[in-house]
Design a protein around this ligand. Structure first.
Ligand code: IMP
Ligand code: MG
Length: 174
C-alpha cells in the first residue's frame, strides 16, 4: 500500500509553518470573542490538534461527525451523525476540516450552525481543492494549502480509513 503514496506533496515542516501562521491570524481575528472550535471527525483530528495549540486565546472545543453521500456529479447529501454537545447560540464558531472538495459537507455544516444562531460561523481547512468545487458560493475563510485535483492522504486524511498517520501530505496513486 505504501508504494502507492511515495510522492510527498506538503512536508511536515511546511505544515508546521503554515499552521503557526493560521493560529496567529485566528488569534488576532477572534480577539475578545467567545470562540468555539469544532473539528469534523475523523479527518481533521491531527490538523485540529496542531491548530488549537497555535491559537493563543481561550477557546472551547467540540467535535462532530458528518458523512457525505455523493449521488451524482452535482448532488451531494450530507448527514450529521454526531452533533456538538455545547450551546452554540451567541458564540463564534470556527469549523475545522481536513479538506474542502465539492464543498457539500461544509455548506451543510455552516447552515446547521447559522440555524442555531451562532454569532458567526467560519471555516478553517488544512487543504482546499478549488478545482473540484461544486458549491461555488462557499466561503472558506482560512486555508492551509490549495492542492491540485489529486487524491491526498496523511496528516489525518485517509484512503479507506488508512494512511491517516503519515506526518506529511502525500499523493495517493491507485
Ligand atoms: P466535500 O463535501 O466534497 O467537500 O467533501 C470533503 C470530504 O471528502 C473531506 O472531509 C474528506 O473526508 C473527503 N476528501 C475529499 N478529497 C479527499 C482527498 O483527496 N483525500 C482524502 N479525503 C478526501
Ligand atoms: Mg472528512
Amino acid at each position: 500500500m505504501y508504494e502507492k503514496c511515495e510522492e510527498v506533496l506538503i512536508s511536515r515542516e511546511s505544515l508546521n509553518e503554515r499552521v503557526a501562521q493560521l493560529g496567529e491570524q485566528i488569534t488576532k481575528d477572534y480577539e475578545g470573542k467567545e470562540l468555539i472550535v469544532i473539528g469534523v471527525l475523523r479527518g481533521s483530528f491531527i490538523f485540529l490538534a496542531d491548530l488549537v495549540r497555535a491559537i493563543k486565546m481561550p477557546l472551547s472545543l467540540d467535535f462532530m461527525i458528518a458523512k457525505s453521500y455523493v449521488g451524482t456529479e452535482t448532488t451531494g447529501e450530507v448527514r450529521i451523525l454526531k452533533d456538538v454537545d455545547v450551546k452554540i447560540a451567541g458564540k463564534h464558531v470556527l469549523i475545522v476540516e481536513d479538506i474542502v472538495d465539492s464543498g457539500f459537507t461544509l455548506s451543510k455544516l455552516v447552515g446547521h450552525f447559522e440555524g442555531r444562531n451562532a454569532a458567526s460561523v467560519k471555516i478553517c481547512t488544512a487543504l482546499n481543492k478549488p478545482s473540484r468545487r461544486v458549491v461555488k458560493d462557499l466561503k472558506v475563510d482560512y486555508v492551509g494549502f490549495d492542492v491540485p485535483d489529486a487524491f491526498v492522504v496523511g496528516y489525518g486524511l485517509d484512503f479507506n480509513d488508512m494512511m491517516r498517520n503519515f506526518p506529511e501530505i502525500r499523493i495517493y496513486k491507485p
